[in-house]
Design a protein around this ligand. Structure first.
Ligand SMILES: [Mn+2]
Length: 353
């Protein structure tokens, strides 16, 4: 079997700035559409989404319609798309149907969710296609289980999760980070809390942190994989590798681990930098230095690629200057920058003194 594991697509995210809104909105669909095209062209057996398909729980009707358009080629090719909910697409009001449930009802995804018994144990009922609900799906000789986002105490649930699984050839979808690997601050578990999963599951498909990483068992065999997000979702992600995993269960590596290949995506250029204007005597000189430094940063960020997409910039201005810092207003900086680059989105943190 060959499958794609992606996560944290964040469809629906954009900037409220009217010039950037539709372009930035399209970025996330562009990333998702590319993965789906790779799945269809590569004729994989199934695709996994490790949570945060949507940026928010309450998406717009437009985002729902666009998502269906994106998923249609997978459905037409009869490639099952197995998904879980992340913290971003979690719906707290249980009386309201979620958009993820709707996609599952309509047969575009198989949304996996566990049930709990009265003793806090986990139950993974077999997925029911008619209802679009379940916790466990079988594809060929593989057994796929889905957990979604279960909160900050996820580590203490691992034993009960493992107890609920009695099959072999198991894969788990789990929207959780692992401390020290995951760049996010909440919703993580400790490395040693995760390790028992290696005995029950051949592949733990993680999501949550937008930076890719792979977790090894204490004896050095990889078993848990976080692909990160295929697009740069937030400032701070400029240095992360972006893409998804292509997995082949027939090719075995260390300790029987599946062959896993990271496939790079094509995210929009992003630059986050500190601009040192220390000692500049007037705002003209400072502006000129600002433009020179930003130009160099962009060359560096593009690293020889001919990417012509307008970048996302977050610039922090620092240093002691001999004029009033307010003279470098965001508008003035933006105007000066126009001659160098037209960013899709510019954030300035003026910390000049
Ligand atoms: Mn996310």
């Amino acid at each position: 079997m060959r499958f794609i594991h992606c996560s944290d697509i964040h469809l629906g995210k954009t900037y409220r700035n009217p010039d950037a809104e539709s372009i930035r909105y399209d970025d996330f669909f562009y990333a998702f559409d590319h993965i789906i095209a790779d799945a269809v062209n590569g004729a994989v057996d199934f695709m996994l989404i490790g949570g945060d398909l949507f940026h928010v729980g309450q998406i717009s009707p437009k985002t729902f319609a666009r998502t269906i358009e994106s998923l249609q080629p997978l459905k037409d090719a009869a490639i099952p798309c197995i998904a879980i909910e992340g913290n971003h697409d979690w719906i707290h009001r249980r009386d309201n149907i979620s958009w993820m449930e709707a996609l599952s009802h309509m047969g575009y995804i198989k949304l996996l969710r566990p049930q709990r018994d009265n003793d806090g144990g986990y139950l993974f009922p077999l997925f029911d296609d008619a209802q679009g609900l379940g916790g466990h799906v079988q594809i060929g000789d593989l057994n796929l289980y889905g957990l979604g986002y279960i909160g900050a105490q996820a580590g203490s649930h691992v034993e009960r999760i493992c107890d609920a699984v009695t099959t072999g050839n198991n894969i788990l979808l789990f929207h959780v980070g692992i401390w020290s690997y995951s760049p996010v601050e909440i919703g993580n578990m400790k490395l040693e809390e995760a390790h028992p999963l290696a005995e029950k599951f051949d592949y733990v498909a993680l999501g949550h942190g937008h930076k890719p990483y792979i977790i090894n068992s204490p004896d050095g065999c990889p078993y848990a994989y976080n692909p990160g997000s295929p697009e740069r979702v937030n400032f701070g992600e400029q240095k992360y590798d972006k893409g998804y995993y292509l997995v082949d269960t027939n090719v075995k590596g260390d300790g029987g681990a599946y062959q896993v290949t990271f496939k790079a995506s094509d995210p929009r250029p992003m630059v986050v930098a500190t601009i040192d204007l220390n000692g500049t005597e007037n705002s003209e000189v400072a502006l000129s230095r600002f433009c020179t430094l930003v130009t160099a940063l962009l060359v560096d960020a593009l690293d020889g690629s001919a990417d012509e997409r307008a970048p996302l910039l977050e610039l922090k201005l620092v240093g002691k200057v001999m004029f009033h810092p307010f003279e470098l207003s965001r508008e003035r900086l933006s105007l000066a920058l126009d001659e160098v680059v037209k960013p899709l989105h510019l954030e300035v943190k003026n910390q000049l003194s």
